[in-house]
Design a protein around this ligand. Structure first.
Ligand SMILES: *Cc1c(COP(=O)(O)O)cnc(C)c1O
Length: 458
């Protein structure tokens, strides 16, 4: 009899990949470079070094090196919470009555509650290795800020987090986690920066935004000796570090000779989908395999499915470099949507290029349908999923239900990027039946796209 696939497939500690995979090396059409908002020239490493860490800038600009060695201290830290399990969702399959085989890679098993720790520990390591005193960043919902404070505590770096003011007030528990790890958390906009003071003067009483917090974090980094700015998604280097997810998933599947048909992840800035799907996309790019990939975005912020492939600002303050991505425009403001991590309007240029070239499909799903899936998953598999991750669950369930109709025994693998213990206000709204779906009108989308910058797009 054939061996039953275990409920959880764990790699051994010595099977954790020791190199990150750079999907750009296998892309025929390379992702478009970051460009200067003034005259559109591609940013040089000299221009990037005052803002970001040097070694990370090298990774950012490297489209050719296929594998990067993971530094020993980072590998050691990974062993604290990795390998992450690849779980066979037997209970969910049973609940759905589907012949499909469903697996999920579970990245929520660390205090930050998400995959973000995979990159924050790498970025903190390179900052320390460069002899820096500290790093600055922004956080919206708080996952990235938490992951970065954990990493900075480990490497004894100072960590200054600008947290969007509404989140700072509504999510005091996230803030306390960050402070426990030693980070300074400042509600943004604040009077600690020039841009913050200006925004406060122009918009008294504002709850802030991610774009504004980015501007404050960048200003603090460039004006404080020994500090640099770090970012938790979108950048090429972040997808590189997150490839650990896909590499582990590949190795675990291989161990039991499992061939996936469909790979699914949610799309925010693109780091968990890019990291999970990247190594499998590499197989497709090299002509070694053929998989179907589905990236899932919220219908309230449908960058891929309704946006435009164009250069755009990464911040609402319009001071950061331009990136070529699928965008609804940096001035597009999505409705108050609880999947906080998916509201960032910037998208990884790597994923934008791969989508443009037809390598994966994007699907937009509505919030209440997402929480229906989250509830179903929680009741069957026991894990309380993050709202962001539940976008991937929604589509995994939809695909499994299709198999139920056709009788196909497809193998579906999705990335469960994190847990939802700090998102209970959203769960409360769902449970009380007050959650709504907001889909932007065609007019609202057109208005956002009309404000794209001219630079890079002519
Ligand atoms: C931040 C976050 C996301 C979205 O960001 P990506 O860069 O697209 O991965 C998704 N899931 C969780 C749990 C997150 O914390």
């Amino acid at each position: 009899m054939k061996e039953k696939i275990p409920y959880k497939i764990y790699l051994n500690e010595n099977e954790i990949p020791t190199q990150w995979y750079n999907v750009r090396a296998d892309m025929k059409n390379k992702p478009a470079p970051l460009i200067h908002p003034g005259d559109g020239h591609a940013l040089t490493i000299e221009e990037m070094n005052p803002i970001f860490c040097e070694e990370l800038n090298k990774q950012e600009l490297d489209n050719e090196t296929r594998f990067f060695d993971i530094p020993e201290p980072v590998l050691e830290f990974y062993k604290m919470y990795r390998p992450s399990p690849l779980v066979r969702a037997y209970f969910l399959e049973r609940a759905l009555g589907t012949p499909a085989k469903i697996y999920y890679k579970f990245e929520g098993n660390n205090t930050s509650g998400s995959h973000k720790l995979n990159s924050s520990i790498a970025q903190a390591y390179y900052a320390k290795a460069q002899g820096l005193k500290g790093v600055t960043t922004e956080t919206g919902a708080g996952q990235w800020g938490t992951a970065l404070s954990m990493a900075c505590a480990y490497f004894k770096l100072d960590c200054k987090v600008y947290m969007v003011k509404v989140s700072y007030e509504q999510k005091p528990f996230r803030r306390e986690v960050m402070r426990t790890y030693g980070a300074t958390v400042t509600p943004s906009p604040s009077n600690t920066t020039n841009i913050g003071k200006k925004i406060l003067a122009d918009h008294p009483g504002t709850g802030g935004s991610l774009g504004c917090a980015i501007s404050e974090a960048v200003e603090t980094a460039v004006s404080t000796p020994g500090y640099r700015y770090v970012l938790g998604s979108v950048l090429n280097q972040v997808l590189l570090h997150q490839s650990i997810i896909g590499l582990e998933a590949q190795a675990a599947l291989k161990k039991f000779d499992i061939k996936p048909d469909i790979l699914i992840g949610c799309l925010g800035g693109g780091s968990n989908f890019g990291g999970f799907a990247g190594p499998f996309l590499g197989e497709v790019l090299r002509g070694e395999a053929n998989y179907k990939f589905i990236g899932v975005e919220p219908a309230s912020c449908p960058s891929f499915t309704r946006g435009k492939f164009a250069y755009d600002f990464c911040d609402t303050g319009m001071i950061c470099p331009l990136a070529k991505m699928y965008t609804l425009g940096s001035q597009f403001i999505p409705s108050a949507n609880h999947a906080g991590g998916l509201r960032f309007h910037g998208i990884s240029p790597i994923l934008a290029q791969l989508y443009h070239d037809g390598y994966f499909e994007a699907r937009a799903v509505e919030q209440t349908a997402v929480f229906d899936a989250a509830e179903q998953f929680a009741r069957a598999e026991g894990i309380l999923p993050a709202p962001e991750s539940s976008h991937a669950i929604r589509v995994a369930i939809d695909e499994a239900l299709k198999c139920k109709e056709t009788g196909e025994e497809k193998t579906i693998v999705f990335n469960l990027s994190g847990t939802g213990y700090f998102d209970l206000v959203a769960y409360q709204q769902f449970n009380e039946g007050t959650m709504t779906d907001t889909i932007p009108s065609d007019e609202a989308i057109a208005e956002g796209l009309a404000k794209l910058p001219k630079v890079g797009n002519e």
